[in-house]
Design a protein around this ligand. Structure first.
Ligand SMILES: Nc1nc2c(ncn2[C@@H]2O[C@H](COP(=O)(O)OP(=O)(O)OP(=O)(O)O)[C@@H](O)[C@H]2O)c(=O)[nH]1
Ligand SMILES: [Mg+2]
Length: 346
């Protein structure tokens, strides 16, 4: 199950109390204060991990508490600090304080961490309070409490290219053809019910390979921006993409008119959020291997030419046209990243 929103409660460890005690040894009268400090409470830390793709685990476990640190003791012994608690989340997780709504962190790289609740400091023992005028202080301080709060976590996938199109347009087949991802592909609508990510390798320069990530989300239908179908829930995963790839079925047996199909989806994207409408986009006519007399392909190709929209014909079945499209997308992504060197296609 793909879960992209959860609320969790975090409580860092309380600091241990400082100890008030006096050295007692044979033949050492008035041994002086020897109460040690309390240990430090462990932090609660959230870390982005490549191994996770959903926040599902956090749905099952909602409370994360770190143990109280140990108190200080005699003979100047400090209490043991409690261990930090590390919660792993997928890359692309945005952490907010639930009450204030403040964004605490947006974890965009593997291994990136954020301390979301700080452990309490240990209280000093009476060993620290000896002065020339007070040689036998009884004062020792309690440990500070660990921070606690409710957090809301939201996953917004990080991908360079987002696939949009009607159900059955061939989106998952495309990601399967050009990346290592192996999503389910079938000839019925809404085969994909959760996003898939894949990495496409498109270029090379001086021994370095160039990649970009593609997000395949469930198919859209008319009214998606209002929540029809699975659209709304998943369109947000395309918010952080650089470029959208509209996929339109141009096969002989496709039911719709390709230009109409494209316009419907385009409108859904634009109505979802103005920023999504401003993203650069490309159109791909899919299933070109079974396009028959290519009437549909010509219709959408001419339409794109008039509108000045980049257009590609592809087949995920025999990979016709996929190399050109991947090169185009790779160059667009690289340009967006600020790369200025010439990268050769593979
Ligand atoms: N011949 C041929 N069939 C294709 C091609 N691409 C996809 N198909 C077929 O079209 C059907 C739908 O493909 P999917 O990749 O599942 O389509 P989708 O857009 O991911 O569909 P949803 O997940 O339901 O939104 C499947 O039966 C595929 O085998 C292609 O390039 N050539
Ligand atoms: Mg699919």
């Amino acid at each position: 199950m793909f879960i992209d929103q959860v609320k969790i409660f975090v409580k860092a460890g309380d600091g241990g109390d400082g100890c008030s005690s006096f050295r007692r040894e044979k033949c050492v009268p008035h041994g002086g204060p020897d109460g040690g400090d309390g240990g430090r409470g462990g932090d609660v830390i959230i870390e982005a991990s490549l191994e996770l793709s959903t926040l599902l685990d956090l749905r099952y476990q909602q409370h994360y508490k770190v143990k109280h640190a140990r108190h200080g003791s005699g003979h100047g012994s400090s209490g043991k600090s409690s261990d930090d608690r590390i919660i792993k989340v997928p890359i692309g997780t945005i952490i907010k304080d639930k009450d204030s709504g403040e964004v605490l962190a947006d974890l965009v790289e593997a291994g990136e961490r954020s301390i979301v609740a700080e452990g309490g400091r240990g209280g000093p023992g009476n060993i620290h309070y000896k002065t020339s005028t007070n040689r036998a202080p009884t004062l020792a301080k309690p440990g500070e409490p660990g921070q606690e709060r409710w957090l809301s976590l939201e996953l917004k996938l990080l991908a360079d290219v987002g696939l949009v199109g009607f159900p059955n347009a061939g989106k998952s087949s495309f990601i399967a053809a050009v990346t290592q991802a192996r999503p389910k592909v079938a000839d019925y609508p809404f085969t994909t019910i959760e996003p898939n990510l894949g990495v496409a390798t498109w270029g090379a320069r001086r021994g370095r390979r160039y990649h970009f990530t593609i997000a395949d989300v469930p198919g859209l239908i008319e009214g998606a921006h209002e929540g029809k179908g699975l659209g709304l829930q998943f369109l947000k995963h395309l918010e952080r993409t650089t470029i959208l790839l509209h996929m339109v079925d141009v096969s002989e047996m496709a039911e719709g008119d390709p230009v109409h199909d494209f316009e419907v989806i385009r409108e859904e994207v634009e109505r979802y959020h103005p920023e999504m409408g401003e993203k650069p986009f490309v159109v791909a006519g899919t299933k070109i291997d079974i396009a028959g007399d290519a009437q549909k392909a010509c219709a959408i190709s001419n339409y794109c030419k008039i509108k000045g929209i980049p257009f590609f014909e592809v087949s995920s079945a025999n990979t016709q046209g996929t190399k050109e499209l991947i090169l185009f997308l790779g160059q667009a992504v690289e340009q967006n990243r600020g790369g200025s060197e010439k990268v050769d296609g593979l």
